[in-house]
Design a protein around this ligand. Structure first.
Ligand code: ZN
Length: 177
């Protein structure tokens, strides 16, 4: 860390102290060039990035909205509450680990799709067909074919069972039930 007094490129840590609650570390630093001393405070950063919407507006990340998205995609699917909660946590973790200050909503959508693919293929297709703007129907077909080649997870139904409409119509909004 550079010296705030003389802008010397380097300073030395003289002393580090963890706060009583363990949440911060205070470091005393000294500059070898000008001899000044100062301290820095290190805290845990838990802030989630702001989400950049497709129309370029920013909005605070909202885990409840995320949960609602999962619930919509997994409506009437054999997926437990615990599994959904774990998937939501995984997405929040991925968003946090992105290390970005702002994250396009599209990226969050990709994290969600990653989780849905593991959880339930029907839910995945529902979400993907609404969320992702597939370039054209061919792209969507390719994605479906790729999924079908993968060995379905335990308890997963064949991909297109009960969803003929979504497959036939391509990247359109699936029918609400
Ligand atoms: Zn200095």
């Amino acid at each position: 860390m550079h010296c705030p007094f003389c802008q010397h490129a380097d300073t030395r840590v003289l002393d580090s102290r963890v706060s009583e609650d363990g949440a911060t570390i205070r470091r005393r630093r000294g500059c070898e060039a000008c001899g000044e001393r100062f301290s820095t405070l290190e805290t845990i950063e838990l802030k989630l990035p702001a989400i950049i919407k497709s129309d370029d507006r920013r909005e605070a990340f909202d885990a409840r909205k995320l949960r609602a998205g999962f619930d919509r995609a997994l409506q009437k699917r054999p997926v437990s509450d615990e599994q959904v909660e774990a998937a939501v946590r995984a997405v929040v973790h991925a968003v946090r680990m992105s290390g970005e200050r702002e994250l396009p909503s599209r990226r969050v959508g990709e994290f969600v799709m990653e989780q849905l693919r593991k959880l339930d293929h029907v839910g995945y297709v529902r979400f993907a067909s609404v969320y992702r703007s597939f370039e054209d129907v061919a792209d969507f077909r390719e994605e479906l074919d790729r999924l079908e080649r993968e060995v379905p997870g335990e308890g997963q139904l064949p991909l297109l069972d009960g969803e003929p409409a979504a497959a036939a119509r391509g990247p359109e909004r699936p029918r609400r039930r």
